[in-house]
Design a protein around this ligand. Sequence first.
Ligand code: PMP
Length: 425
Amino acid sequence: MTISSDLFARAQKLIPGGVNSPVRAFRSVGGTPFFTKKAEGATLTTADDQELIDFVCTWGPAIHGHNNPAIREAISEALDKGTSFGTPNPYEVEMAELIIELVPSVEKVRMVNSGTEATMTAIRLARGYTKRNKIIKFAGCYHGHVDSLLIAAGSGALTLGKPDSAGIPESLAEETIVLPFNDLSKVEEAFAKYGDDIAGIILEPYPANIGLIFPKDGYLEGLRALCTKYGAVLIFDEVMTGFRVSAGGVQQHVGIQPDITTLGKIIGGGLPVGALGGKAEIMDHLAPLGPVYQAGTLSGNPLAMAAGITALKLLRQGDTYERLDRMGKQISGAIIDTAKDLGLPLQVPQVGSMFCVYFSEKTVETLDDAIATDTERFNKYFHSALEKGVYLPPSKYEANFISTTHEQAAIDKATEILCETLREL
Ligand code: PMP
């Protein structure tokens, strides 16, 4: 009996499935999840004192590594002044200034407490602004556990083999049009049929809750043009890609301006934060100026803002994104080369510090392609890497993340372990 397995046995009696977020339970890869007792830089220390090189990075937020000293100091300074005021505080203004400076399409921003809250508010705002009901989403894109978006979703919902959740009324699901990603003609058809009632399109511009998929050339431009033509709101869900793919997210990377952007993860520096921002004309439909209601007791929380502001400022230092991209290329390149030598069918989509490993002959462009990749091989690869000291996302549908604290030695070691793991498959 390990300390982790003992903790998990206790947790299962007290917490549904023993976890407070489903994908942590290792259901997809099998086995018992480990418990982490501390995390520093790129290393997790398990309850049983195993040290792991971490490529989950708390599912994206830890771009500056765990327990970053500058972020810790900012939280500590804020803590001296109090934990929550329930009035506006100066940090909120600085945070808004930073987001607006960094994210190209954002003119005004509202802070919330999670990515789910951000997307929930974004679609309510799109509906309130356009006075229309229907939302287009894409199969495999995950936008948090929002009722109308938990339909053909990726991430944990997919890992559990339940893209749809119980508890969502059919009448609500009918207002969500689910289309395959990367097929513009389907979106054109939907607009031709329901154009008058489509409030907006929400998408992960680089879907990363089914591994990592890139849009085909012209696809995002096509979505932008259709939304403009039909007066619908284009929502980029950059909860994962924001500040990750570049300081300004995918929209900066590809030069396309959505109307609303949802943000989360990195923006909180490891504390619970989300945000939505966009054109002032749309954002001003939110309460108290407009008729679309939204609120939060702890929104703009001073500790979370202090952490997030520091995380965003750190991104502007030096050659952060070039360095992250070099590391991403080193790992993905080595994995691809090793697989080639072994004759192992494998794809490694990578952008900057995000990548995923699909055991597949074919390039993955849709949810169906991702589902068709070899799950058994992935699970073996996951467990073998874990045994050797590398923690990968515990599902073939999740993306890997690298942080600025992954030193060259850690990247070299992890690369060696992952290649060794492939040879053993
Ligand atoms: N949107 C995207 C693209 C996400 O990846 C996630 C979480 N992984 C969410 C929304 C939901 O964010 P949260 O878990 O903070 O509610």
